[in-house]
Design a protein around this ligand. Structure first.
Ligand code: ADP
Ligand code: ZN
Length: 215
């Protein structure tokens, strides 16, 4: 099964992708995770991406396509994959189309998450991540709060807010989503691939999506 996951930042894309990975035995490819890993490692890609990410802007398409071409050629992608956070722009979608054609692969569906904006803003600005690199547990002040403020339940490490989860950057990311990424829904509707589910609870969105995928 080969899927694309579309949805605003904070819509639960990553969480629901992980559930689909387990259900269908495919791999999750998250450009956000790959980029954060590259920034942390200080690699050339990380050096190019860092400033864009801090502002909530998109990393240039050329950088992203280099990452994706390399990743999609890896052997673990053969049983299928879910693209989480990619494509993010029409040019990326067009480039992905060319790349899949070159690899003789087709897409099964584009999963679109429709989550209310107020839920998204509360979630994104309330998120806190454990700064211990070997833990990285994620909490949310709006639901899954840590027992003691600012301290990780699991390892006792300090919790921090990611730079791109401060309120002004969250608003910039949402604006970028509406302007650059939302048009992809129409783009893939023309190809008859879009499956939309609406709500806010990831578990319920996942169940609805599985029902629509029908496999
Ligand atoms: P979210 O979807 O919650 O914004 P991600 O983890 O997917 O978070 O992405 C974090 C950041 O990484 C984005 O704000 C953007 O700067 C960069 N990024 C991730 N994927 C892409 C992509 N496909 N194209 C351009 N930039 C990307
Ligand atoms: Zn921790």
């Amino acid at each position: 099964m080969r899927l694309i996951m579309l949805g605003a930042p904070g819509s639960g894309k990553g969480t629901i992708s992980k559930m689909l990975v387990e259900k269908y035995n495919i791999v999750q490819i998250s450009t956000g995770d790959i980029l954060r890993g590259a920034v942390a490692a200080g690699s050339p890609v990380g050096k190019q991406a860092d400033a864009y990410m801090k502002r909530g802007d998109l990393v240039p398409d050329g950088v992203i396509m280099g990452i994706m071409e390399e990743r999609l050629r890896e052997a673990d992608c053969a049983p299928g994959f879910i693209l989480d956070g990619f494509p993010r722009t029409i040019p990326q979608a067009e480039a992905l189309g060319g790349l899949l054609k070159k690899l003789s692969l087709g897409l099964d569906a584009v999963c679109n998450l429709d989550v209310p904006e107020d839920v998204i803003i509360r979630r994104l600005t309330g998120r806190r991540t454990c700064t211990n690199p070997s833990c990285q547990a994620i909490y949310n002040l709006d639901g899954k709060a840590p027992k003691k403020e600012g301290v990780c339940d699991r390892c006792g490490g300090a919790l921090a807010q990611r730079d791109d989860e401060k309120e002004d950057v969250v608003r910039a990311r949402l604006k970028t989503y509406v302007e650059k990424t939302e048009p992809l829904i129409g783009y893939y509707e023309n190809e008859g691939l879009v499956l939309t589910v609406a709500g806010s609870e990831s578990r319920l969105l996942f169940d609805q999506m599985v029902a629509k995928l029908g496999k």
